[in-house]
Ligand binder design. Structure first.
Ligand code: PGA
Length: 247
């Protein structure tokens, strides 16, 4: 099984001055190493500076999205190759804020995940149901459908991580119960084995959505939870560190 990963997603937050938080995190982890892999995904404008500031530290730098093509007439977009060139080693793809706000389909997400692998980046492929879908009893069907549509079979055996992020838990302070998380993660595991074969049994499945210092221990202990994707609580080194220490 993959080593746990605790990844911070800064979303559209952070100016250069905020990299002091990233540096403080790296210093704390230098003094007491983490049991997990640790990554920070700042906005694209900060990737290169973050990569410089965190060079020789255990904190990996990731991106929040990438385009599927290598280059071309795609104004405002950034390719996976460009992110790797700037110093990223991971990239989040298919976050629900991209799926909802930018109309990204499972096929778009799969193409981005392949682009990430092509550029040597580890994709963190996100899936998750809306509140309406959960209330209709469709959470497992939605999430396994997203896995089958968004995780390309060609990624089998390569570096890839999946994140289960219920849309209704993101930024709301709400979280599923532990049995609900375990049920979905179990279904994701089965779907990953269907898509990737035996390699699907090794893929880390992160939980994301309102992970905080006070719920991290319980969530990270749950069956099939291989780490966390953390939004708001990754912006401050002290909070993020407490989550990392919960592994
Ligand atoms: P949150 O965001 O931790 O602020 O809920 C998680 C995410 O969207 O990755």
């Amino acid at each position: 099984m993959a080593k746990p990963l605790i990844a911070g997603n800064w979303k559209m937050n952070g100016l250069a001055a905020d990299l002091t938080e990233a540096v403080a995190l790296a210093q704390a982890l230098a003094q007491q190493p983490a049991k997990a892999r640790v990554a920070l995904c700042p906005p694209a404008t900060l990737i290169e500076r973050a990569a410089r500031a965190l060079a020789d530290s255990p904190v990996l730098v990731g991106a929040e999205d990438c385009h599927a093509q290598v280059s071309g007439a795609f104004t405002g977009d950034i390719s996976a190759e460009m992110l790797a060139d700037a110093g990223a080693v991971l990239v989040v793809v298919g976050h629900s804020e991209r799926r909802a706000g930018h109309g990204e389909s499972d096929a778009d997400v799969a193409a981005k995940a392949l682009a990430a692998a092509r550029a040597g980046l580890e994709p963190i492929i996100c899936v998750g149901e809306t509140l309406a879908e959960r209330e209709a009893g469709r959470a497992l069907e939605i999430v396994t459908g997203q896995i089958k549509g968004s995780v390309p079979a060609a990624l089998a055996g390569g570096a890839v991580t999946v994140a289960y992020e219920p849309v209704w838990a993101i930024g709301t302070g709400l979280t599923p119960t532990i049995p609900q998380i375990e049920e979905v993660h179990g279904a994701i595991r089965q779907a990953l084995v269907e898509v990737l074969g035996p390699a699907g049994a090794e893929v880390g499945i992160l939980y994301g959505g309102s992970v905080k210092p006070d719920n991290a221990v319980e969530i990270l202990r749950a069956t099939e939870v291989g780490g966390a994707l953390v939004g708001g609580a990754s912006l401050k080194a002290a909070d993020f560190l407490q989550i990392i220490r919960a592994v």
